[in-house]
Design a protein around this ligand. Structure first.
Ligand SMILES: [Zn+2]
Length: 205
């Protein structure tokens, strides 16, 4: 699996492009904004964007979805428990002095246990509620794309819509720290880490 990381937008979100080398099928994990070099990177690998997989429904992970979907025709997946968060995002955006954005068209509302395939490579959906109610991690080949659940020696905010601190800590203990220690955590902002490192050094959990 090829992983390309893009740092996008004014909050420096990490968006990730996964490309299955055998089938040339690709998935973009989170879509902060339209990524101008996405087309050329896909071309470089002769790959086709099959999915846009959202880790959660906060604006800084989804604003680029409509334009990217129109351009590449990918299917957009998000957990069902973040549907209301997105549907009701206009009031939140105005409350923080920002403009409402075009809501993404979601092709499938996913749940825990869902399996998504790029060629023969399976991506498991792990429900990670706490930062938002519909937060998910995408687990593939010893890598977990975990959105804003856990960061390098830190955790996601719980003061934004959908957040719950106790639930987030429980999620990290039960759903992240139970993975193999060498699982790489590809996080939504900042530096990537591993399960083992966070079990040792994360003082929030
Ligand atoms: Zn978030």
């Amino acid at each position: 699996m090829i992983v390309r990381q893009f740092v996008v937008g004014f909050i420096a979100n990490n968006n990730y492009l996964l490309i299955d080398e055998e089938s040339k099928e690709a998935a973009l994990i989170d879509c902060t904004d339209y990524i101008s070099e996405l087309g050329s990177v896909l071309k470089e690998y002769d790959a086709k964007l099959k999915y846009i997989l959202l880790t959660h429904g906060h604006f800084d992970h989804i604003i680029g979805v409509p334009k990217t979907k129109r351009e590449f025709g990918a299917k957009v997946y998000m957990h069902k428990d973040d549907k209301d968060l997105v549907d009701e995002s206009d009031a939140f955006m105005l409350s923080v002095g920002m403009q409402p954005f075009e809501h993404p068209e979601i092709d499938k509302y996913i749940e825990e246990g869902e399996e998504i395939y790029l060629g023969k490579t399976k991506i498991d959906v792990i429900h990670l509620p706490g930062h938002t109610q519909g937060g998910v991690g995408y687990l593939v080949d010893g890598m977990m794309f975990s959105g804003d659940t856990v960061f390098l020696e830190s955790i996601g905010r719980t003061d934004l819509p959908g957040g719950n601190y106790e639930q987030l800590v429980k999620t990290i203990k039960d759903k992240v720290f139970t993975l193999d220690g060498d699982t790489i955590l590809y996080v939504g902002h900042g530096t990537n880490t591993t399960v083992e490192h966070e079990k040792k050094y994360n003082e929030f959990v």
